[in-house]
Design a protein around this ligand. Structure first.
Ligand SMILES: *Cc1c(COP(=O)(O)O)cnc(C)c1O
Length: 448
């Protein structure tokens, strides 16, 4: 007997109430495709199986397929790891003002390149510049897609076919294949290495600076630390020497802190304002690391140089989009108003009092009725403040198969990303906002 005769037709199934409803939600073509694919699978197994799924079961399988297909792969997630700038989880979460600004300019038209005074074409590069100038003390600013693009643009526009002096201790890889020597090659600049892996002094720079030197570059060691027998000259001395030779000094700060991290018991991350004050000609940094804004590459510095960057053909290829400019501007306004510590989530998390974290972890424990509250460490992460941690309290769950439990947590919606230590699952309140709190607890409860 031919088993496949017992399998219902697509037309028959499409007339069932459940599929009629799915058709309204997902559209005819997609529903037909998923029913066909379920039926194909049943047919493929028909030779081995004696019992066939009911019409209803087939429809349910089709519904599952439709759900899977239309579920976005990029979705929000709950970060319970305590890593504040988690690159894999999208780095900096944004302030309410920033997300509102981004949604406003993207849901309708905007003044992206429109001058309201003149009623004529304006420039997108003006949007965040005034704020950046005011906050950093730089003459001018230019925003591009990310900091990798910022560095590439600076090198391409100002050092093509010419020497760029950099310390061997700074020939870094940031991750994702961003390596300083390769970016130099890409830009057409000539890499001139000075010093050794652990030590470089002013004489090394002096020796390397020749007439052909376009610039001296500093790349901040954002994600590693050289400890022990190490030496680097003062920034002020290097900049002075560079200028004596008529070359430019460009500072790739990476995270680009605008607030002093040492205030929070952390190592002192170099600050943008400081590099500008010490005379750096250009300073580059990310928008979504310690600045706490959207993905962006910010370049601040001398107006004549910024002008050259804006006119370079690459500028168009790496330009920032309107949502980025809106979100970055809204984030910068928090700094201007002196409220970044309260309003920018990254800083709020860094500044969060230990007692507040303790209370939150204890509340989780009492709501869930499980686990213990223990001391642990939160991490800054995301290519800033390597090795730097902050004391925290976490809710620790003892489960029999930690890795399996982590996998289950990743499969719920929204996924919860946690970490394991000594066979315990740890949940750090520092990186879970008050808005996410009840969602986090209800999802975790459902898993338990
Ligand atoms: C993170 C980082 C970059 C790359 O910045 P993106 O915004 O991720 O492109 C470049 N240089 C340094 C020193 C960094 O820390």
């Amino acid at each position: 007997m031919n088993n496949s005769r017992l399998i219902p037709s697509v037309d028959h199934l499409l007339r069932t109430p459940i599929l009629s409803k799915l058709e309204i939600e997902y559209g005819h073509a997609l529903v037909v495709e998923s029913v066909r694919s379920v039926l194909d699978e049943i047919r493929a197994h028909a030779r081995f199986e004696r019992v066939f799924p009911s019409d209803e079961a087939i429809c349910k399988l089709a519904e599952q397929k439709l759900k899977n297909q239309t579920q976005p792969t990029l979705m929000s997630a709950i970060n319970a790891t305590g890593v504040i700038l988690h690159t894999n989880l999208g780095r900096a979460p944004l302030s309410t003002a920033a997300t509102n600004a981004m949604s406003e300019v993207s849901s309708g038209y905007s003044t992206l390149e429109f001058d309201l005074d003149k009623g004529l074409r304006g420039s997108r590069s003006m949007h965040a510049s005034e704020l950046l100038k005011k906050i950093t003390g730089a003459e001018d600013a230019f925003v591009v897609n990310n900091n990798a693009a910022a560095v590439l643009l600076c090198l391409s526009a100002l050092a093509k076919h010419r020497g760029v002096v950099i310390s061997r201790s700074q020939l870094i890889e940031i991750g994702g294949g961003f390596r300083i020597p390769e970016v130099m090659k890409q830009s057409g600049a000539k890499l001139v290495e000075v010093g050794t892996t652990n030590r470089v002094n002013l004489a090394d720079y002096e020796e390397a600076l020749t007439n052909g030197t376009a610039m001296v570059m500093r790349a901040h060691s954002s994600n590693f630390k050289i400890v022990g027998f190490a030496e680097e000259p003062d920034l002020l001395e290097i900049i002075g020497l560079t200028h004596q030779h008529g070359s430019l000094f460009i500072d790739d700060l990476g995270s680009g802190a605008l607030l002093d991290t040492s205030k929070f018991g952390l190592a002192r991350e170099p600050m943008v304002q400081e590099s500008i004050r010490l005379g750096a000609d250009l300073v580059c940094f990310s928008g979504d690391k310690l600045l706490g804004g959207p993905q962006a590459g910010v370049i601040v510095g001398k107006a004549t140089l910024i002008d050259k960057l804006k006119k370079h053909p690459l500028a168009r290829a790496v330009r920032a989009d309107k949502t980025c400019l809106a979100g970055l501007s809204a984030t910068l306004i928090h700094y201007l108003k002196g409220e970044a510590e309260q309003k920018v989530p990254v800083w709020r998390m860094i500044a969060m009092p230990l007692e507040e974290i303790h209370i939150k972890a204890q509340r989780w424990q009492s709501v869930l009725g499980i686990g213990e509250v223990i001391e642990s460490r939160s991490t800054i992460g995301g290519g800033s403040l390597p090795e730097e941690t902050l004391p925290t309290y976490v809710l620790a769950l003892h489960v029999s198969q930690p890795n399996n439990f982590l996998r289950i947590l990743r499969k719920i919606n929204p996924p919860i990303i946690a970490r394991v230590q000594n066979d315990k699952i740890l949940f750090d309140p520092r990186t879970i906002s008050d808005m996410e709190d009840s969602m986090f607890l209800s999802r975790l409860k459902s898993v338990l």
